[in-house]
Ligand binder design. Sequence first.
Ligand code: DC
Length: 229
Amino acid sequence: MKKITIAIDGFSSCGKSTMAKDLAREIGYIYIDSGAMYRAVTLYCIENNLIDGDLINLTKLKSAINDIHISFKLNVETGRPDTYLNGKNVENKIRTMEVSSKVSLVSAIDFVRTAMVEQQQQMGEEKGIVMDGRDIGTTVFPNAELKIFVTASPEIRAQRRYDELAAKGEKADFEAILENVKQRDYLDQNREISPLRKADDAILLDNSNLTIAEQKKWLLEQFNRTIES
Ligand code: DC
């Protein structure tokens, strides 16, 4: 059967990763969370004191960028891929509020995006990949056969992130999360390089009122329709 490239873009915390992971598992494709890559670079900056408030030491980051290696390895317990930064599992560390509050700054830097997009394109060379992010259908894989653009209301997305953190036993403040979601929407849509926007040929999905099962069924239908065409 022919293999295709699937690009899933959309706003933060709208369940893109869950739907992309589930679809990839179901159809036997590789799944790549491109947001995790920007989060890992952000963690690198925090751990190496390259961020001071809202200021990033661009000179140091630029000279380090080619030494920042991000990879994914399947976690047999969760059945999902974990993110590795220079060989260390950072899956939990990249999901903290500290990283969330700085990641928009880091992901707006041109040389960071160039380096990540290059790695992402290499990962997708053989097709058979589901990648989620903000610019996958527009910049990373403009020729992807199936493009989905996902959205949901900010309040619903904040609640989902709150539940995710609470399930991990992390302290969470709903209002702070909602503020972070709104701020990231603004920054993602208004940054100069590769701003978040729906590709003209992407299918829009508002999942505010869909269950995970309904969403899964819908996505599988889109996949089957695409490979049959
Ligand atoms: O999907 P996420 O919330 O884990 O993404 C983290 C951040 O990375 C988000 O603020 C936007 C950025 N990002 C990006 O700029 N381009 C991508 N392809 C994926 C994520």
